[in-house]
Design a protein around this ligand. Structure first.
Ligand code: PMP
Length: 392
C-alpha cells in the first residue's frame, strides 16, 4: 500500500480496469525525467539529449523483453491502445483490406476495438462479423471457428474483457485466425497488467496495450506488430522523425518503429512505462494474477449470497467483477459505495454492444490491482450490503 502515495488509508480503490494508481517508482521516474534528465530525443547533438535517447531506446528494449517481442523495432510507442488499434485499422487495413473482405470482432469488445474497424471497413467496403459469447461471457471460439472463412483478413479480440474479466483462449483464437489466413490483433489492455504475456508464444500478429492500466503514465501506449507486417505498413501520421528524406518531389519514410512515431514523442511517458514494467516484473505477473484471482473469488463468493444481485462473467474472471443489483441503478450503487470510501466504476464501460447483449444499460464493476487486499473486498461487500438495505 505504501508504494502508492495517491491511495490514502481506508480508501478501497476498485477501478484499476479503468486506470491503475501509480507506484512511487513510476512517479519518481517521471519526476526525474522532467526534473533532472529532461531533453528531447533523436535530435540533439549535446550529451543530455544523447543520454535521453539512450534511456528512451532502453525503454523500448525493456518493453520488447516484457512481452517477448523478437526485437525492439517491433515496439511502436503511441498515445495508448486506442491510437494503436486506429493505426492498425487505418494503416494495415488501408493497405490489405479490400471490398468484400471480412473482419471478425466479438460482442464484448471495447469501443476502441470496434469503431476503428468500422471506419476502416466503411472506407473500403469490408464487412464486420461479430462473434457471440458463451453463456458465462467468454468469446465463443467454437462459433468463431464456424464463422471464419477465407474472406476474413483480420480478427481483433480482447485478450481479457474490461467488463467481464473473461480470459480469451488466445492460442486457440490465433490458430483459428491463421487457419483461414487471417491476421489477428489482441487487445491486451486488461491482460498485460494481470498476467504474463508472451507474444511469440501466443503467435499473434498485433498486440496493443496502454501504460496507464499497467501502473504507468497516461498518454503512452504500445503497439507490438510482427516485423514483416510493420515493414509493409504505411505511416498514419506525417511529420518529423518518421522520415528518411523529405523533398517537394517526394518523401521517403523511415523504417519501423520510427515510421509510426511522427513528432516529438512522449519522452517522459516512455520512462514512466519503463519504471512501471520494472515494478510489475519485480512483483511478478504470475503473483499478480494469483493475487487478483483470489480477490475475485472472494468477491464473487460474497456477492453470490445476495439474491438481488446478478453477477456477470465467468467464475475465473481475471481481476474484474461486473454486477447489477435488482432495482438499483449502477450509478446509485457507485455513489453509495463512494460514501463508504469504495471506488468502483458504473456505466457502459465503452462496451455498448455488450450491454445490449446483457440486456442492461450499464453495470457496476469492481476491478482489482496489486494494491488491493482482503480489507478492500470486505469494505466493498459491506458497502453493497448498505446499498441493499437502503433500497430495501
Ligand atoms: N481496450 C480495452 C479492453 C480497455 O479496457 C481499454 C480502456 N478502458 C481500451 C481498449 C482503450 O484504452 P485507452 O483508452 O487507454 O486507449
Amino acid at each position: 500500500m505504501s508504494d502508492f502515495p495517491a491511495i490514502p488509508e481506508g480508501w478501497a480503490y476498485l477501478d484499476t480496469a479503468a486506470t491503475a494508481q501509480k507506484p512511487r517508482a513510476v512517479i519518481d521516474a517521471i519526476a526525474r525525467g522532467y526534473g533532472e534528465t529532461y531533453a528531447t530525443v533523436h535530435r540533439g547533438v549535446y550529451q543530455r539529449s544523447a543520454d535521453m535517447t539512450l534511456a528512451f531506446e532502453a525503454a523500448r528494449r525493456r518493453t520488447a523483453a516484457f512481452i517477448n517481442a523478437r526485437s525492439a523495432e517491433e515496439i511502436v510507442f503511441l498515445r495508448g491502445a486506442t491510437e494503436a488499434i486506429n493505426l492498425v485499422a487505418q494503416s494495415w487495413g488501408g493497405t490489405f483490406l479490400k471490398a468484400g473482405d471480412r473482419i471478425l470482432l466479438s460482442m464484448l469488445e471495447h469501443h476502441s476495438n470496434i469503431v476503428p474497424w468500422q471506419m476502416a471497413a466503411d472506407r473500403v467496403g469490408a464487412v464486420i462479423d461479430v462473434a457471440p459469447l458463451t453463456a458465462d461471457g467468454r468469446i465463443d471460439l467454437d462459433a468463431v471457428e464456424a464463422m471464419l472463412t477465407e474472406r476474413h483478413k483480420i480478427v481483433a479480440l480482447a485478450h481479457v474483457s474490461n467488463v467481464l474479466g473473461s480470459v480469451l483462449d488466445a492460442r486457440r483464437a490465433v490458430d483459428l485466425a491463421h487457419r483461414v489466413g487471417a491476421n489477428i490483433l489482441l487487445d491486451g489492455c486488461q491482460s498485460v497488467p494481470r498476467m504474463p504475456v508472451d507474444v511469440q508464444a501466443l503467435g499473434c500478429d498485433f498486440y496493443v496495450f496502454s501504460a496507464h492500466k499497467l501502473y504507468g503514465p497516461t498518454g503512452i501506449g504500445v503497439l507490438w506488430g510482427r516485423g514483416d507486417l510493420l515493414d509493409a505498413m504505411p505511416p498514419m501520421h506525417g511529420g518529423g522523425a518518421m522520415i528518411d528524406k523529405v523533398s517537394f518531389e517526394g518523401t521517403t519514410y523511415a523504417p519501423p518503429p520510427a515510421r509510426f512515431e511522427a513528432g516529438t514523442p512522449h519522452v517522459v511517458g516512455v520512462l514512466g512505462l519503463h519504471a512501471a514494467i520494472d515494478y510489475v516484473d519485480g512483483i511478478g505477473l504470475d503473483a499478480i494474477h494469483a493475487h487478483e484471482t483470489a480477490l475475485v473469488r472472494e468477491t464473487r463468493e460474497a456477492l453470490q449470497t445476495l439474491n438481488s444481485l446478478r453477477l456477470f462473467g465467468p467464475e475465473d474472471s481475471a481481476g474484474i467483477v461486473s454486477f447489477a443489483i435488482e432495482g438499483v441503478h449502477p450509478h446509485d450503487v457507485g455513489t453509495i459505495l463512494d460514501e463508504s470510501r469504495v471506488a468502483i466504476r458504473a456505466g457502459h464501460h465503452c462496451a455498448q454492444p455488450l450491454m445490449s447483449h446483457l440486456g442492461v444499460d450499464a453495470t457496476a464493476r469492481a476491478s482489482f490491482g496489486v494494491y488491493n487486499g482482503r480489507q478492500d473486498v470486505e469494505a466493498f461487500v459491506r458497502g453493497i450490503e448498505r446499498v441493499t438495505r437502503i433500497f430495501g
